[in-house]
Design a protein around this ligand. Structure first.
Ligand SMILES: [Mn+2]
Length: 269
């Protein structure tokens, strides 16, 4: 990987001071136990923590997830939520164009999912702007409660929404890997969903590829987060649990949290 901020096949832990906050993060990106290639990748830059799950076979998926994250690496941090959303939307269209230029030997179009958070500013309140395209997920673990922030763009999610499948049925349905939105993959203009919530001290954000939530139920993820003293332990334990379940897909996990105010930050009164 040419870009040191894009992580694949590795485990990296870091601490950023950004936007007046200290953010601790840990990424584990693992090929899993079945796949030969790792098409997942993660980006960890101050105020930007993203996961992409590439698709397309041969080298296409690897190139697609990498190119998409590279493009999003220039997303601005600390602007208003609206401005940040506009910038991210423009960068996603740029990423879509870059991915569209990749040919594949198989005739399958290169593509990738993407999800994660970018730090924005909502009238002086540090705020996470989360977004997603595809079925990688952003979760918030706050005060002992795990909630899924992003909503999957997948065929089974649409069937759950329509009342045709239960959540439990969707997890094991043979169509569970069919996604309805992606960057590239021959899809039309990328349309991301955006969500924003305060960057509160102590809240944990989990960003993951479907290699995690395909193996672990939300309850299992929650138990692991509850038992983990820090983000590095949590990320390692989550991937280890997916490996114990067979890790049928590449599995990527970013766990991050705000752990205080940056030193040198003065509070205005
Ligand atoms: Mn996957």
């Amino acid at each position: 990987m040419d870009d040191p901020n894009i992580l694949r096949d590795e485990a990296v832990t870091g601490r950023d001071e950004v936007g007046g906050l200290v953010v601790d993060w840990s990424v584990v990106c693992h090929v899993g136990r079945v796949r030969e290639a790792n098409e997942d990748a993660a980006l960890a830059l101050p105020g930007r923590y993203l996961v992409a799950d590439g698709m397309g076979g041969h080298d296409s998926g690897e190139l697609a997830s990498e190119a998409a994250l590279q493009t999003l690496a220039s997303s601005p941090v600390g602007e208003s939520v609206e401005a940040t959303q506009d910038h991210v939307g423009a960068l996603l269209r740029e990423a879509q164009d870059r991915i569209g230029e990749f040919g594949t030997e198989t005739g399958r179009r290169a593509g990738t999912t993407m999800t994660g958070v970018v730090l924005a500013d909502d009238d002086g309140t540090p705020t996470w702007l989360a977004f997603n395209i595809g079925d990688s997920r952003t979760y918030l673990y706050s005060r002992g409660v795990l909630s899924q922030v992003s909503v999957d763009h997948s065929q089974v999610q649409e069937m759950v929404d329509a009342g045709l499948l239960t959540h439990e049925q969707a997890r094991v349905d043979p169509r569970r890997n069919v996604i309805t939105r992606a960057l590239g993959a021959g899809m039309a203009e990328p349309v991301a969903d955006f969500y924003s919530f305060p960057a509160a001290d102590g809240d944990v954000i989990l960003v993951c590829s479907d290699g995690l939530d395909g193996e672990l139920e939300d309850d299992e993820i929650s138990v692991i987060l509850e038992a983990s003293p820090d983000n590095e332990v949590a990320a390692a334990a989550l991937v280890e649990a997916a490996l114990e379940c067979g890790a049928h897909d590449n599995v990527t996990v970013t766990v991050l949290s705000v752990t205080g105010a940056a030193s040198g930050t003065t509070t205005e009164v």
